[in-house]
Design a protein. Structure first.
Ligand code: AMP
Length: 339
């Protein structure tokens, strides 16, 4: 396979430890980045569809503000990408954001490079600023956050930030994929860095080997997907990230168990109007061994809880690009057969 590796992803020369001085440098870097980051960081290449007229079911007004939660390699990026392609949703991946910074040699990228390469976690303060600078532009949009939060502190910071904006999370989906499955498939993973699209040579190969389906650009192997570093990332998940599931379970329970406020003269039947508060956080775990297996259940959860989500209408431009990449794929297949 002909793959052009990204040279800037392979040089790592920074200390992982952070001092208070360094932390303020992190904040400054994050602030300067927040005003200049490219729109292409959102996985959202198709045209959004127009919203329907107001619907009487209050669930239709509910906004998707979702965490895609799961181990590294569980398929968060693949499944977010599928949702974004099909529905009027924007997705934001902190791993993609960091890789783009590293690739572009920005200040944030230079600070994060060695940590990412070693499978460590970038400091919470920097991550929060990197993420919120994007999220704050997504008012009135359905969105998915992939790869954040990864620590308890990040979870609390995010919650406080979103509550202040009156845009609390509405859904947490935990992708439950066994470790041995993840470990066996990680060596087959290739990514298209600019979009974050993920391919797997065994069950989700690109149409043309080594190249992205949408743009025809070369695919890259993530340097932190090597077995030793990957084991470290998995270990970090168990020690630091998975406790967040309890945090979100408690938050979703808190919403359910809080008795609705009742006016003294209100008839008890009127309580029915309060049983599905618009801001209720839902949590759902979905088990499976491949993204294809998880996809139908994931889609069902979203459609049931957010019936107002609209499917996209593919733009003429996107249609042209798809038929072009199909044509290239079939030409290269014909060439291979006739050899
Ligand atoms: P991912 O693509 O989500 O697996 O992220 C790749 C790497 O980026 C991780 O192994 C971390 O080094 C770093 N990273 C991504 N998101 C975060 C986060 N929320 N907090 C700290 N580090 C992160």
């Amino acid at each position: 396979m002909q793959i052009i590796r990204n040279a800037s992803l392979t040089s790592h020369r920074m200390s992982i430890r952070t001092s208070p001085t360094r932390l303020s440098a992190w904040s400054a870097a994050a602030r300067s980045f927040s005003s200049s980051s490219p729109a292409s960081l959102f996985r959202n290449s198709l045209q959004p569809v127009a919203h329907d007229e107001a619907h009487s079911d209050p669930r239709h007004a509910r906004m998707l503000r979702m965490l895609m939660f799961g181990k590294p390699g569980a398929g968060k990026g693949t499944l977010s990408g599928r949702l974004v392609k099909k529905y009027d949703i924007v997705s934001l991946s902190t791993g993609d954001l960091l890789r783009m910074h590293i690739n572009d040699r920005t200040e944030v990228g230079r600070m994060a490079e060695e940590i990412v390469a070693q499978g460590g976690l970038v400091p919470d303060e920097l991550m929060l600023q990197v993420v919120t600078s994007k999220l704050d532009r997504l008012h009135n949009k359905h969105w998915i956050l992939d790869g954040f939060p990864r620590t308890f502190a990040q979870g609390e910071l995010l919650n406080t930030h979103l509550n202040k904006q009156n845009t609390p999370l509405s859904l947490v989906v935990n992708l439950d994929v066994p470790d041995d499955i993840i470990l066996s498939r990680i060596s087959d993973r290739w990514v298209h860095l600019p979009s974050g699209r993920v391919y797997n040579l065994s069950y989700n190969p690109p149409k043309v080997e080594g190249f992205d389906d949408e743009t025809g650009e070369p695919l890259t192997k993530r340097p932190d997907d090597n077995p030793e570093i990957f084991a470290r990332r998995l270990e970090k998940f168990y020690s630091t990230t998975s406790p967040l599931l309890d945090f979100y379970a408690r938050l979703s329970q808190a919403h359910i168990s809080t008795p609705p406020h009742r006016h003294p003269h209100q008839h008890p039947h009127q309580l029915a109007f309060h049983t599905t508060p618009p801001h209720r956080l839902m949590m759902q775990s979905i088990s499976g061994t491949t993204s294809d297996e998880i996809w139908p259940e994931l889609e069902r959860v979203l459609k049931d809880a957010f019936p107002g989500l609209k499917e996209r209408v593919e733009s003429a431009d996107a249609r042209r690009r798809h038929s072009l990449s199909d044509a290239i794929a079939s030409a290269s297949m014909n060439a291979a057969i006739s050899k």
